[in-house]
Design a protein around this ligand. Structure first.
Ligand SMILES: [Zn+2]
Length: 507
C-alpha cells in the first residue's frame, strides 16, 4: 500500500469508520500483547526492515492526528516495523504482521512527536547557565557548569522524551554540542538533535567569549564575520546562528554590513542562516542578509507590513518563543523577592538537581545587581509580563493571519524555560494568541521538523517516516493543554511509558 496507493491511503485517513471506536472501546485499557496472528506483511520494503529490525509494533484504536493537516482518523491502526512506520489506516488496510506487539489505544489520541526548534544544551534552565544575566559564578563557577552540561546531556534527552519532544534544534551552544546530532540520531532514548554550535555575534560578555568555551564567535565587522562562518564550517556546524542585537546608531552601518557578509559566506559554505533579532529593524536586515529562520518574535514593537511581506516572500520560518522573556523576569524577580520556583512539569520530567536549584533562590540572592535586587523594581517587572505577552501574541497572530510559516520553539535552557516541559506553556501561549489548536499542532510537528530540515524523516505520521509519536489521554486538537496528558512516547519504534521516564514515582 505504501508504494502503490499512498494517495488513496491519505484520502482514506479522512474517513471515520462508523462504529469502529465503539467496538474498540470494550478493549479500552492500554494493553501490550503479543499477537499470535499469521498475517503476512503486504507492504513493499517491509521485509528488509523485519530482517534487520525484528520488532513490529501495532497501535490500534486511537484517533490519529498525523500532522499533515488532514482530518483526524478515528479508530486507526498504525504498524511500525523496526524504526519506521509502515502503515497507517483502518484495521483492514493495515493488517498486523506476524509476532507484532499490540497496543490497544481506544480512547487515546496519537500525534507526531513534538519538535522544539529552539533549545540550548549549553544552558541549564537556571541562572547558573547565564552569568551574563546574573553573575553568580562565585557559587556556580562557569567552568564547572559547562563541564557538567557537557558530561550529561542525557538528562535533557530524558526530559524531552518524557515531555513528548522527539527532536530539538540547538540554535547556539558550545562547540561540543556539534557532536550531539550524530550521537542522538539512532538512540531511542534521545531526541534527534541538529546543532548550530557557537553563536556569531557582535555582543556578549568576555567570560562567554573565552576560547575554552567558544560560546560566541566574533562579528564586529564584515571580514571577522566571514572568518567566523568559515570556522563554524570547519567545526562541522550545520547552521550559522547570529545573535543580532539592536546596535547604537553609530555602529549600525558596520554591523549591517557584517551580517550581510555573514549571510553571504553562509551561502557560500552551504549553511542556513538563522538569526536572533527581536527588534523590527534588525529582523528586516537579517532577512535581507538571507536568514531562513528567525528564532524569536519581534518582542518590543508591532510587526509592520514590510516585515510581514519579507517573511512571506522569502519563506522565512518565524519562531515566536513567547514564554522565554516572562520566564527570565520570573527567574530574576523570584530571587529578588525570595519566592522559590517550582517547575511547570506535570509529568515529573525535570531532574531533581535542576528542581532543587530553581527552588533555592536564596543561594543566588547575594549576586543580584543593585537594580535587580530592588523589590519595587522586581514587582514592576512582574507586572509588565501581561503586556509583554500581549505584544508577542499580537505579532504571532498577525504573522499567522498573513500566512507565514510558524514553528514552535521554547528557548529551553534559559532561566525557568526548562528543557522539555516548557513546550506546553509555549504551545498554550500560541493557542491563546488566537491560533487554532489544530494549527498549533502542525507548527509544533510538521513545521518544526521542516525548520530542522528533517521533514522527510519525521514531523508527520506517514508510511516510511521514523516512528516518533505520542499517545495522549486527551484530544490535543480540542485544546493543546492535552499534550500534558502524555502517556506514551515512541522514538524510532521503541515505546516508552512516560511513567518510566518520570522522576516522580507517584506518576
Ligand atoms: Zn536561544
Amino acid at each position: 500500500m505504501r508504494q502503490t496507493s499512498q494517495t488513496l491511503e491519505l484520502a482514506l485517513k479522512g474517513i471515520v469508520v462508523p462504529g469502529f471506536r465503539e467496538w474498540r472501546s470494550s478493549l479500552f485499557v492500554v494493553l501490550a500483547a503479543t499477537c499470535a496472528c499469521t498475517y503476512t506483511a503486504r507492504h513493499v520494503g517491509a521485509q528488509e526492515r523485519v530482517d534487520d529490525q525484528a520488532s513490529v509494533t501495532v497501535l490500534r484504536g486511537a484517533t490519529v492526528i498525523d500532522g499533515t493537516g488532514l482530518p483526524a482518523l478515528a479508530g486507526a491502526t498504525i504498524v511500525v516495523e523496526g524504526t519506521r512506520i509502515t502503515c497507517i489506516g483502518t484495521a483492514d488496510e493495515c493488517p498486523a504482521p506476524e509476532n507484532a506487539t499490540w497496543y490497544e489505544l481506544s480512547g487515546k489520541w496519537i500525534t507526531p512527536g513534538l519538535v522544539d526548534t529552539h533549545v540550548h544544551f549549553s544552558q541549564t534552565g537556571w541562572l547558573d547557565g547565564r552569568p551574563d544575566g546574573v553573575d553568580a559564578t562565585q557559587i556556580f563557577p562557569y567552568e564547572a557548569v559547562t563541564a557538567d552540561l557537557k558530561a550529561n546531556p542525557s538528562r535533557f534527552h530524558r526530559s524531552y522524551l518524557c515531555s513528548g519532544i522527539t527532536a530539538v534544534y540547538d540554535v547556539g551552544g558550545h562547540q561540543w554540542t556539534l557532536a550531539l546530532g550524530e550521537q542522538a540520531e539512532d538512540d531511542p532514548h534521545a531526541a534527534h538533535v541538529r546543532a548550530a554550535g557557537p553563536l556569531v555575534t557582535h555582543a556578549g560578555l568576555d567570560i562567554l567569549h573565552a576560547d575554552e568555551y567558544d560560546t560566541f564567535l566574533p562579528m564586529s565587522n564584515a571580514e571577522q564575520g566571514r572568518e567566523s562562518v568559515r570556522k563554524l564550517k570547519n567545526w562541522g556546524s550545520t547552521a550559522v546562528k547570529v545573535w543580532f542585537l539592536a546596535p547604537g546608531e553609530a555602529r549600525r552601518a558596520t554591523l549591517d554590513a557584517a551580517i550581510m557578509a555573514v549571510g553571504d559566506e553562509a551561502r557560500t559554505q552551504g549553511l542556513p542562516l538563522i538569526v536572533h533579532a527581536t527588534s523590527l529593524r534588525e529582523a528586516k536586515v537579517a532577512i535581507r542578509a538571507g536568514a531562513t529562520m528567525l528564532v524569536h518574535s519581534i518582542f518590543s514593537e508591532d510587526v509592520d507590513d514590510e516585515f510581514i511581506q519579507l517573511v512571506v516572500d522569502n519563506d522565512v520560518i518565524y519562531t515566536p518563543t513567547i514564554v522565554v522573556m516572562p520566564n527570565w523576569i520570573r527567574a530574576v524577580t523570584s530571587v529578588a523577592l525570595g519566592t522559590p520556583n517550582q517547575a511547570d512539569d506535570p509529568n515529573g520530567c525535570v531532574d531533581p538537581g535542576t528542581r532543587e536549584k530553581i527552588a533555592d533562590v536564596a543561594a543566588v540572592a547575594p549576586y543580584l545587581s543593585e537594580a535587580q535586587a530592588n523589590e519595587d523594581y522586581a514587582r514592576g517587572a512582574l507586572s509588565s509580563i501581561p503586556a509583554r505577552l500581549d505584544q508577542t501574541k499580537r505579532n504571532l497572530k498577525r504573522m499567522y493571519d498573513a500566512g507565514a510559516t510558524i514553528a514552535t520553539g521554547t528557548d529551553a535552557g534559559n532561566p525557568l524555560t526548562l528543557h522539555g516541559p516548557s513546550i506546553y506553556s509555549e504551545m498554550e501561549a500560541m493557542q491563546d494568541a488566537g491560533v487554532p489548536a489544530a494549527d498549533v499542532i502542525i507548527m509544533s510537528t510538521q513545521n518544526s521538523a521542516r525548520a530542522m530540515g528533517r521533514l522527510d524523516d519525521f514531523g508527520t505520521l506517514e508510511p516510511d517516516k521514523i516512528a516518533d509519536l505520542l499517545v495522549l489521554g486527551g484530544d490535543p486538537s480540542a485544546d493543546v493543554k492535552n499534550f500534558r496528558q502524555i502517556e506514551w512516547v515512541m522514538r524510532a519504534g521503541i515505546m516508552h511509558d512516560v511513567s518510566d521516564l518520570s522522576y516522580d514515582s507517584a506518576k
